[in-house]
Design a protein around this ligand. Structure first.
Ligand SMILES: *[C@@H]1O[C@H](CO)[C@@H](O)[C@H](O)[C@H]1NC(C)=O
Ligand SMILES: *[C@@H]1O[C@H](CO)[C@@H](O)[C@H](O)[C@H]1NC(C)=O
Ligand SMILES: *[C@@H]1O[C@H](CO)[C@@H](O)[C@H](O)[C@H]1NC(C)=O
Ligand SMILES: *[C@@H]1O[C@H](CO)[C@@H](O)[C@H](O)[C@H]1NC(C)=O
Ligand SMILES: *[C@@H]1O[C@H](CO)[C@@H](O)[C@H](O)[C@H]1NC(C)=O
Ligand SMILES: *[C@@H]1O[C@H](CO)[C@@H](O)[C@H](O)[C@H]1NC(C)=O
Ligand SMILES: *[C@@H]1O[C@H](CO)[C@@H](O)[C@H](O)[C@H]1NC(C)=O
Ligand SMILES: [Zn+2]
Length: 924
């Protein structure tokens, strides 16, 4: 069966799968849909089966059963489905007959996939690498199962709490024709309604040549809910359509009148004679008969009025059918160049807390992405033995799925219930275990040694049982980047002197700090750390062997001759008292989503710290102990391009019955004039201005929370002479409240729910920290002239999010999967087994236009001579999500209003499209 929608695009004529519309009328597109969170109040598995309905009544398997059944009852009906994580589970359990039936529905456009990633990702706290992976996984399942008829045309982020420009750019490069969402700042929405600018063209990159990153973007009228009074789910109380005139409760006239009124009202705030209504909501359609029976009637009775002069035409529709109509109208659309952060739904309700909520989960998610990239690379480099080898059966699939689920807008965002957060972490840990077998298999195959390997996953708190107890061990350091890296490694040890082998700088032994000993809580006993600089080849590993020279009491570290006091005085750890809702302006409290300090002046935890300094040939270190629950280490490694700040925060005290939101603040003399910069999903950087939004006149009502933005990998302030850049190891929120100052929220512990549905205070504890979670992390600080800054912070951010992972192991060996180092501007984003003989490769130009004199230029890469162990037999270029061949990729073209203010620079630089910026002339 041919796919109807596809035909339309090819021949551009009458619609098969989209219902006809009426040119002279107001056409109301009803879109039946369900919003199925891939975990939130319940785990993803509980949601699928409908388990724990005492927490929330929701069962996705029943939704899909019921919807398919109802679609078959009336060919006019339509449904869209979004989250492939759920659909995939359901599909696996269906009979061949049912699968064929569903294929038929998809081919006829009656069941349409929109978005189609594994989940609907969060936009503030996700890293682009993990988002591309999860989209690829969902879209691949759809293509493998349904072919081109299953390819979603529309991106659909109806629930995420603010929208990132990088997401829009990725969607454009994934071939989507348009994008719809539900949430934006209430002031922005009001202005757009009046100006009829709720549908626009988002130019989502300053570097890509239009229309490469242009995305038509529409704001839905009621979030993603049905208009008031028209919810016919079993979970709703609105009156059904009672259409027997013999009965007393006959209400058709009333329903039709109310509907026409709403439709006319909505038409006033949109530009065309087409409007969209989302008919559904969270986990609706479990008993789809209720919805469809009433929608059938609504359509019949409203359209009947046409014979009496009504000019409203209602139809079953889908987002792509609606989009198609908007495209036909052939209008020009306002241009949007910035993003949709921060999101406020009322004057004191800024959703900027979740940028930092659950910092330990956010870090675990980030390193899991790094480990997944390593795992996928070693699956390719090792070949079949990686999946079945001396250490047993390993796979990358388990971690891929766990990571894909973790991108959901209630997962890495930190806005789920505690038991659900635990489930995400457990799934990741299970994925790590599967990858560890794979990695061991590959390393043993590459090195010829099947000696057992131990993974040190807790080096962050100086715990690694093997190095602590062994007199002799070797360390493998794997580098997933396509250029060599040099990186300091710290291993917990009990001895005081070690003989290094093949280590360029002599290893140093430093005592474990008091703060580290305290956070370990009995999980390790090493008294020292062995510290040395490692070098690892691109896409490869090096091995360092170490043996104990002598034992004895640790030699006292030499104190620094001059402690870098400048640094000490410029870095503060402070906290905001969280609002408890007891406030004259608004009763909103701080919670998992919302940041609402009860004062604009943060509290300095302590102006004086207990200080210890030490210095050796590898590092200078200042250890600051501000209070029993806040400490910090300032480190400067020899040869390093940046200063490292390692913060440790927790258990945050709550004895005063006040929640606390802890920040690190850097104060400098930089004349930043109210401007600072943050990255979008780890890629392009956007300018932020205090108390200002580029597209509307802001009435600022929260001087701190209203100036917070998501930071995924870096933020900076600058003036003509200096730029201060902070690179983060996870997603965090931050702002620049005073000129010259940059603050980043590290940890938050809150005692109230913020009434956005999660129903729990964000009051994290764990088995190890029952009195309150302790979290440790790092910032890298670099100070350089603005013109040189990107050359430092781009590679630092890449390294920081792909830290070499260490594992002790015996045989000495060095290996690189690359024959040639890639140019500094190029990041090897993906190396992943695609099917038996093919590998998916993504090369990314990692510099933004005009950001670096040297590196913001187009680059040529010779793929033929890239890998050391793979033969390149041919190359085919795909879109960013790898679900379309590049030469088959056609997108609807949209025109921007002339004269719309856009400041974006465009040049020839090609970012992110896989191989897009690479001239393949040298090939074959
Ligand atoms: C149309 O108007 C006529 C006359 O007013 C009325 O009898 C009829 O019921 C109306 N039809 C509908 C569908 O309302
Ligand atoms: C769209 O409008 C432009 C003028 O803005 C016109 O030149 C063009 O022919 C129109 N295209 C279609 C398909 O109507
Ligand atoms: C490590 O050294 C400390 C102090 O010398 C000692 O108490 C402890 O037992 C040692 N631990 C191990 C595992 O060797
Ligand atoms: C936070 O609340 C505590 C306890 O009431 C108080 O001592 C402290 O001064 C407050 N800090 C700020 C910054 O308001
Ligand atoms: C927060 O967690 C602590 C430790 O488990 C507990 O004692 C306290 O009651 C909790 N507070 C709230 C408001 O949940
Ligand atoms: C240390 O890292 C592990 C993950 O490897 C994480 O679970 C844990 O929360 C981290 N510890 C601290 C104190 O941040
Ligand atoms: C999509 O799937 C079809 C088979 O269903 C396959 O022929 C095609 O190559 C796939 N497209 C891509 C881009 O992988
Ligand atoms: Zn949601």
């Amino acid at each position: 069966v041919e796919c109807s929608y596809f035909k339309i695009l090819l021949v551009g004529k009458a619609l098969n799968s989209c219902h006809a519309t009426k040119p002279g009328m107001l056409n109301v597109h009803l879109v039946p849909h369900t919003h199925d969170d891939v975990g939130w109040l319940k785990t993803v598995d509980q949601y699928f089966y409908g388990d724990r309905n005492d927490i929330q009544h929701a069962g996705v398997q029943y939704i899909l059963d019921s919807v398919v059944d109802q679609l078959l009852k009336n060919p006019d009906r339509r449904f869209i489905y979004v989250e492939t994580a759920f659909f995939y589970r359901w599909w696996k359990q269906q009979t061949d007959d049912m699968q064929n039936t569903v294929k038929q529905l998809v081919n006829e456009g009656r069941l349409e996939f929109v978005n189609g990633g594994w989940c609907m990702s969060d936009e503030a706290t996700t890293h682009y690498s993990a988002v591309i992976d999860q989209m690829t996984m969902g879209l691949r399942f759809l293509n493998d199962t349904f072919g081109h008829c299953g390819r979603p045309r529309v991106a659909w982020h109806i629930d995420p709490f603010g929208h990132a420009r990088e997401h829009a750019s990725m969607f454009a490069q994934m071939g989507y024709d348009g994008f719809f969402f539900g949430r934006l700042d209430y002031q922005d929405r009001n202005r757009r309604m009046v100006a009829r600018e709720q549908e626009m063209l988002w130019r989502a990159s300053e570097s890509l040549t239009p229309p490469m990153a242009d995305l038509f973007t529409g704001i839905l009228p009621n979030g993603y809910n049905p208009p008031e009074g028209f919810c016919w789910d079993q979970s709703c109380d609105d009156p059904p359509i009672r259409d027997d005139p013999d009965l007393e409760d006959y209400n058709v006239d009333d329903v039709v009148t109310r509907f026409l009124h709403i439709a006319h009202g909505q038409a006033l705030v949109y530009k065309t004679n087409h409007i969209i209504m989302t008919m559904g909501s969270d986990f609706q359609y479990e008993n789809a008969n209720l919805w469809y029976k009433n929608l059938d009637k609504l359509i019949r009775y409203v359209n009947q009025m046409q014979s009496n002069g009504s000019e409203v035409n209602v139809l079953y529709s889908t987002p792509s059918c609606y989009l198609q109509e908007l495209h036909r109208v052939n209008l020009t659309w306002p241009l949007k160049g910035d993003d949709f952060f921060p999101y406020a739904d009322s004057a004191h309700d800024f959703w900027t807390g979740y940028f930092t909520s659950r910092p330990a989960l956010k870090r675990y998610e980030r390193i899991s992405n790094s480990y997944l990239q390593t795992c996928k690379q070693l699956e390719v480099l090792g070949g079949p033995i990686s999946r079945k080898g001396p250490f047993g059966a390993g796979d990358s699939e388990t971690l891929k799925k766990a990571m894909a689920v973790a991108q959901h807008h209630d997962a890495v965002s930190g806005t789920e219930k505690q038991h659900v957060a635990n489930d995400y972490a457990r799934k990741l840990a299970n994925g790590w275990a599967h990858c560890q077998v794979l990695v061991s298999n590959t390393l043993s195959s590459l090195s010829g040694s099947s000696a057992p390997r131990v993974y040190c996953e807790h080096l962050n708190i100086s715990v690694c049982p093997l190095t602590e107890t062994s007199k002799k061990f070797s360390v493998n350091v794997y580098n997933p980047l396509a250029r060599p890296v040099s990186w300091p490694v710290r291993l917990p040890v009990n001895g005081t002197a070690y003989i290094p082998h093949s280590i360029p700088t002599p290893p140093q032994v430093v005592p474990v700090s008091q703060a580290t000993a305290a956070v370990r809580r009995g999980r390790g006993y090493a008294v020292n750390e062995l510290l040395f600089q490692v070098q690892a080849p691109p896409l490869g590993y090096s091995t360092y062997s170490v043996s104990l020279l002598q034992n004895g009491p640790p030699s006292p570290p030499s104190p620094l001759p001059r402690a870098p006091t400048a640094v000490q005085n410029k870095v503060w750890v402070l906290w905001y008292n969280a609002s408890d809702g007891n406030n004259s302006e608004s009763i909103q409290m701080s919670g998992a989503y919302i940041f609402r300090p009860n004062t604009s002046t943060p509290f300095i935890i302590s102006k004086t710290a207990k200080i210890e300094t030490l210095q050796n040939s590898v590092v200078q270190e200042v250890r600051q102990w501000f209070s029993p629950w806040v400490s910090q280490v300032v480190r400067l490694y020899t040869d390093s391009r940046a200063l490292e700040l390692e913060w440790t925060v927790g258990p945050v005290p709550i004895g005063d019955d006040l929640g606390k939101e802890v920040i690190s603040r850097l104060d400098s003399s930089i004349n930043s004039s109210g401007v600072f910069y943050t990255d979008s999903n780890g890629r392009e950087v956007l300018q932020r201005r205090k108390d200002y939004r580029p597209t509307w006149n802001l009435r600022q009502s929260e001087p701190i929370a209203g100036n917070y933005y998501p930071i995924n990998s870096r933020a900076y302030i600058k003036d003509d002479k200096d730029q201060l850049t902070v690179v983060t190891d996870r997603s965090q929120g931050g702002g620049s409240i005073q000129d010259g100052s940059l603050e980043i929220m590290l940890h938050r512990r809150l005692l109230y729910d913020d009434v956005r549905g999660v129903g729990e205070p964000l009051n994290e504890t764990s088995d190890i920290y029952p009195e309150g979670l302790v979290v440790r992390g790092r910032h890298l600080l670099s100070l350089s002239p603005p013109a040189m800054a990107a050359d430092t912070h781009r590679p630092l951010a890449q390294e920081f999010s792909s830290l070499p992972l260490s594992q002790p192991y015996w045989r000495r060996f060095k290996f690189s999967g690359l024959q040639a180092v890639l140019p500094p501007a190029v990041h090897l984003l993906t190396v992943s087994q695609w099917d038996q003989d093919t590998v998916l490769l993504r090369l990314e130009h990692q510099y933004q236009a005009s950001e670096s004199k040297e590196h913001s230029q187009p680059v040529t890469v010779n793929l033929q001579k890239l890998f050391s162990t793979l033969d390149m037999l041919g190359v085919s270029e795909m879109n960013l999500s790898a679900n379309q061949w590049k030469d088959e990729m056609t997108r609807l073209d949209w025109k921007a209003e002339s004269g719309t203010h856009h400041t974006g620079v465009t040049n020839q630089l090609c970012l992110l499209s896989p191989l897009g910026c690479v001239k393949t002339a040298d090939l074959l």
